[in-house]
Design a protein around this ligand. Structure first.
Ligand SMILES: [Zn+2]
Length: 294
């Protein structure tokens, strides 16, 4: 086990005192295990999904929002859909979908001809959506490309995973505050991001956040903020599942009832089963019909 010293799944921010650059360290062990539990994903899929989970957390730290951030890729490769969500309160969930069990270990083959979509669903107002064609041989490269196209600020992602979990780091330029000279800003970015690239996967996974930052930046002044807890939590409810049944329509539901005596829906994210008997379904559709007529 390599989880010693990492009591909680968390996200922790740091900033440099003498450069307009910030960072974030994310660690997911229990959250990762809970997400892949019972899904029978091949290891390559689980680990990639772990990166997606960590990425959704890192992305959620780059903006202020109240709601949820969804990172999703649809592809023509071996994995048709991969998605991960993180809410503003640190609740994380994710899934992978495929017809045939993936056999490749290549990112480009698993998510071939993919489109990456980042959606920020706030509790108020219209959702924001950013879309980019998947380019690169890793999630880190794709996200780097996404930021290169959408923002002028340098952004780098680093991921490392094993059977127990995933660890990730983000480094991002901040708008000019301390230094406005673009050459100085560029030098700083080169310096800090070059150091970050010297971190090995084992170090990212095994060291504590303080040890990682000491290992990379012991010559720099930086401030490490209090960590934010992360947990696996699914947002499914019986009410939401019932609404999905209404969308399916009366005919389809009646056919299922005739065939099986009721409707059983299993949440793809958490495995919770919701059972609806014929009486309950009648009531559900009658209530909606009432709602529509009055
Ligand atoms: Zn669920």
């Amino acid at each position: 086990m390599t989880t010693t010293g990492h009591a909680h799944d968390s996200s922790q921010r740091f900033i440099f005192e003498n450069a307009d650059i910030r960072g974030e360290l994310v660690r997911l062990n229990k959250t990762y295990i809970d997400t892949v539990h019972g899904k029978n994903y091949p290891e390559v899929v689980s680990r990639l999904l772990g990166e997606f989970l960590a990425a959704s957390v890192l992305l959620s730290t780059t903006i202020k929002f109240d709601g949820r951030l969804v990172l999703q890729v649809r592809s023509k490769g071996q994995i048709a859909l991969m998605m991960a969500e993180c809410t503003s309160s640190g609740e994380v969930r994710g899934i992978a979908r495929y017809e045939v069990v993936p056999t490749s270990t290549e990112f480009g083959e698993l998510l071939r001809d993919g489109t990456l979509v980042i959606t920020i669903d706030t509790r108020k107002g219209e959702p924001y959506q950013g879309v980019v064609t998947l380019e690169g041989n890793s999630l880190a490269e794709c996200l780097h490309e996404y930021f290169r196209q959408s923002e002028q600020l340098g952004t780098q992602f680093y991921f490392a995973s094993n059977r127990d979990g995933v660890a990730a780091m983000l480094l991002q330029q901040l708008p000019a505050q301390l230094h406005t000279d673009s050459e100085v800003r560029e030098q700083h970015w080169d310096h800090y991001s070059t150091l970050a690239r010297t971190l090995t996967d084992d170090e990212l996974l095994d060291l504590t956040n303080a040890e990682i930052l000491h290992r990379l930046y012991h010559q720099e002044e930086l401030r490490l903020f209090a960590p934010h807890d992360l947990v696996f939590k699914c947002s499914c409810t019986r009410e939401r599942t019932a609404r999905a049944l209404l969308v399916m329509g009366r005919e389809e539901i009646d056919a299922l009832v005739a065939e099986r005596g009721g409707v059983e829906i299993c949440c793809e994210f958490c495995g919770t089963e919701y059972n609806f008997g014929p009486g309950e379904l009648d009531l559900l559709f009658e209530q909606t019909e009432d709602g529509q007529t009055h």
